[in-house]
Structures are given as structure tokens and as C-alpha cells.
Design a protein around this ligand. Structure first.
Ligand code: SF4
Length: 267
């Protein structure tokens, strides 16, 4: 990492217009080096540089609060912790959420891959957020490994157990986000429905890749991308499913569970 990269890093980005959450200001508690316990094939950060499940402080809370100041009076629908990797890896997650809420009075959302939900400290800190959205990209270990490519030692059964436990104690709004790269088999869809019934989220978001994947981490991967012709870095085209497939699966889930399912609008 060059000194130049360090100087230019800002832990607050956007605001971006989220099709689900409205006007959202992004907080990156991870920093310029992409860091995650997954290395999803579709990740907009490109190939994850630091693949780890170890928590640490990446960006001091005071820096995040200072970076937020120019955005006052924070006229946002939500403030979202996501950024350059998995936000629950930030050991100061709880302090960040509390201090952002104190400063901005905006609701806080955390997007998480749910791999650390077996850690009671992570759950306690995460529960301070108004909304949490957990990733569930597959209901078989093979699919999860193929799509999310976790670091060694992360098992789907433990992720699911962690989600259920977190759900029991979480007073806020829990959502599930699922990325579909290809149509799912009947047995996969049935098992997914069984699992979401057990978690009982407020809603489910079905996604499919709508933009190419940068091959390496570009800080604009945290927010809205430039049009393709203005993108100065190499990208990879990803597999995706049609809106019809998303809609059929969404209808199937809602009919079986009564849970609201949203899917990304066409681009
Ligand atoms: S969990 Fe999120 S940040 Fe991590 S690799 Fe997957 S898409 Fe990227």
C-alpha cells in the first residue's frame, strides 16, 4: 500500500442511492486493504486481499467520527456499515455504531456475512444496530464454499446456528440477503424456505449480479460505480439469473412463509 493510498482513504463514502434502503451514507470500518472471512466470487471489492476471521481495530472510531463531520446535518435515510470487507471483523464495531448514532441520530444498518455470529461479543455489538442484514448464499456446504469461498474453519452449519441464536436476542430489524448466480434446484429452494422459516427475518432480498466485478479492490467498489466507459480498471463479467427467475423464487418464498421478498430492479 502506498503512502498516497493511506492519505486519500476516507472511512465515509457516498451517499449512495440504495434500491432497498434509500439515501444511504456508507461507513467503511475496514480500511484501504480489503479484508473478509469470505472471498465471494461476485464481490465488488475484487479478490479479497486479507482473508481472515480474526477481529482487530482497523480504523479508530475517532477517525470515523471526524470523517463524518463534513456530512452534517446527515440528512440520510440510513447509515450503512459495509465498505471494504466484513464489518464485524472490526473489534470496535459496537463503539462505532453507538457513536455514529449519538452524533447523527440516523438509523444504522450493518451488512454482514454472518460468519462471526457464533461469537457472543460480536452478537452483543451487532445488536446495537437498528437493522442487520445477513448473507445466505446457499443452503448446502458445497454451494456456500463455491460461491462465498470462506477462510478455513468456517462451516455453513455454524453460520446457520449463529444466525438463529442472534435472531432470538436481536430487538432490531433482521433481513437476509441472497445472491443468485444461477437458478437453484427444487431441493435447494425447499431447504432455503425451511431455513428462512427458522430465522423468520422481516424481509429477504434476492440479488443477482448487475455489474461486472473489478479484478482488484477499487475504493469506488464500496458505492455506486461509474458507467462502464468511465471505469479505468479491469473487470470480470459475472453469471446472473433473469428477473423472471428471481420473481418466481420470490413468489415461492412468500407463498410458503408470508415473508416479504424484494429483488433488485433491472438496470
Ligand atoms: S462477504 Fe461481502 S465483502 Fe466479503 S467477500 Fe463476500 S461480498 Fe465481499
Amino acid at each position: 500500500m502506498s503512502l498516497n493510498t493511506q492519505v486519500k482513504f476516507n472511512s465515509v463514502y457516498g451517499p449512495v442511492n440504495s434500491w432497498r434502503y434509500g439515501r444511504s451514507l456508507g461507513i467503511d470500518p475496514i480500511g484501504p486493504v480489503s479484508t473478509c472471512s469470505f472471498n465471494c466470487v461476485y464481490c465488488q471489492l475484487g479478490e479479497i486481499v486479507d482473508k481472515t476471521r480474526d477481529r482487530r481495530i482497523f480504523i479508530p472510531t475517532a477517525q470515523i467520527l471526524a470523517d463524518l463531520q463534513p456530512f452534517a446535518p446527515w440528512d440520510m435515510d440510513i447509515i450503512t456499515l459495509s465498505g471494504s470487507g466484513e464489518p464485524t471483523l472490526a473489534a470496535n464495531l459496537g463503539e462505532i455504531i453507538t457513536e455514529i448514532k449519538n452524533l447523527t441520530h440516523c438509523p444504522v444498518l450493518v451488512l454482514t456475512n454472518a460468519t462471526l455470529l457464533n461469537d457472543p461479543t460480536v452478537c452483543q455489538q451487532l445488536a446495537l444496530a437498528d437493522k442487520v442484514s445477513v448473507k445466505l448464499d446457499g443452503v448446502s456446504p458445497e454451494k456456500m464454499r463455491g460461491v462465498d469461498r470462506p477462510v478455513a474453519g468456517i462451516e455453513l452449519s455454524e453460520i446457520f446456528a449463529g444466525m438463529q441464536k442472534f435472531r432470538q436476542n436481536y430487538p432490531g430489524e433482521l433481513g437476509i440477503q441472497t445472491m443468485m448466480l444461477s437458478p437453484w434446484r427444487t431441493d435447494e429452494r425447499a431447504k432455503y424456505i425451511e431455513w428462512v422459516k427458522a430465522i423468520a427475518p422481516a424481509e429477504i432480498q434476492l440479488n443477482t449480479p448487475t455489474r461486472p466485478k473489478p479484478l482488484k479492490h477499487e475504493l469506488d467498489g464500496r458505492g455506486n460505480h461509474e458507467p462502464e466507459s468511465d471505469r479505468p480498471y479491469p473487470v470480470q463479467i459475472l453469471k446472473s439469473v433473469s428477473r423472471d427467475i428471481l420473481q418466481q423464487f420470490a413468489d415461492e418464498i412468500t407463498q410458503a412463509t408470508g415473508i416479504l421478498v424484494r429483488y433488485a430492479p433491472a438496470k
